[in-house]
Design a protein around this ligand. Structure first.
Ligand code: PMP
Length: 297
């Protein structure tokens, strides 16, 4: 059976899942989204993702035409209909169809889309041996212009950096703020570990308040490590004992080289491994259940 995609209250086979070319999500990147995971028949951190979606929408003056509880149900039902127990879920709310001008008031009906599909992961090698990355010459947009605190459909800043990563042959690049502070990856948050302290940049630099980032901070605290949201520089990154990236799709990725500088021993460090282990345990046991499809459904 073809993948079933939710659009505005109905499910459509993948081939027929279409939205208007007048949708301002398409014309202007005007909208917000979430990337969510399901593990073993449970949606991981669903409430947190829905809260962030509604915060993003509020920030861009977009009113989502359903309650948070209804939106949670959309996600769970999209997984259930597709018989997916392990999935990557893309939830999108765009401004909706309007005219050819920017004015969001011309778009009376937002478009709500939910796609659940199988997840394409980094190869195991990346988690076992660690990832080599470089820093991107493309800087993160300053928060005064466009903040990545909002998970909007406007990802060109990250795409510019990703193009460079692809051209240079790296799976991911580290982005810096316009002042040169380390901020995040194109689609992941970043952490350093130095003398047992676990440090990640503060969100006021205009980075996404990652759900995986929050879980990694919680686990690190539970393990007894001091955790800080602190601004840090490239020098701090190069001289860290450990570096790792966090994201819904990537989970926790050890970084073993940055711009040709070996990090720590050049293999995933003990703090990263401990956090990863606990993270995996939690994803296997927590989450919002997806009902099994009823026969004949
Ligand atoms: N930063 C950016 C720019 C991202 O796109 C993502 C992935 N959504 C993240 C960080 C990681 O956030 P999360 O852990 O919520 O997936």
């Amino acid at each position: 059976m073809s993948l079933q995609v939710y659009i505005n209250g109905r499910f459509y086979p993948k081939e027929e899942a279409k939205v208007s070319v007048f949708d301002h999500g398409f014309l202007y990147g005007d909208g917000v989204f979430e990337g969510i995971r399901a593990y073993g028949g449970r949606v991981w951190k669903l409430e947190e993702h829905i809260d962030r979606l509604y915060d993003s929408a509020k920030s861009v003056w977009l009113e989502i035409p359903m309650t948070k509880a209804e939106m949670q149900q959309v996600v769970v039902e999209t997984c259930a209909r597709n018989g997916l127990r392990d999935a990557y879920i893309r939830l999108v709310v765009s401004r909706g169809p309007g005219d050819l001008g920017l004015d969001p008031r011309k778009c009376p009906q937002p478009t709500v889309v939910c796609i659940a599909d199988r997840i394409a992961l980094y190869p195991d090698e990346v988690y076992e041996a660690g990832m080599k990355v470089v820093t991107s010459p493309v800087r993160r947009s300053p928060p005064a212009a466009h903040s990545f605190q909002v998970k909007s459909l406007n990802y060109l800043n990250s795409i510019y950096a990703k193009i460079l990563a692809v051209q240079l042959g790296y799976p991911e690049v580290v982005m810096l703020s316009s002042e040169g502070y380390v901020v995040e990856g194109t689609g992941d948050n970043i952490f350093i570990v130095k003398k047992g302290r676990v440090i990640t940049p503060p969100t006021y630099l205009g980075i996404l308040p990652g759900i995986t980032r929050a879980v990694a901070m919680e686990i690190a605290r539970d393990c007894g490590y001091p955790v800080a949201e602190e601004i840090f520089t490239l020098h701090d990154l190069y001289t860290a004992d450990e570096v790792f990236l966090t994201g819904t799709a990537a989970e926790i990725v050890p970084v073993v080289e940055v711009d040709g500088r070996r990090i720590g021993e050049g293999s995933p460090g003990p703090v990263t491994r401990q956090i990863t282990r606990r993270f995996r345990e939690r994803t296997q046991t927590e989450g919002t259940p997806i009902p099994l499809p009823v026969q004949g459904d």
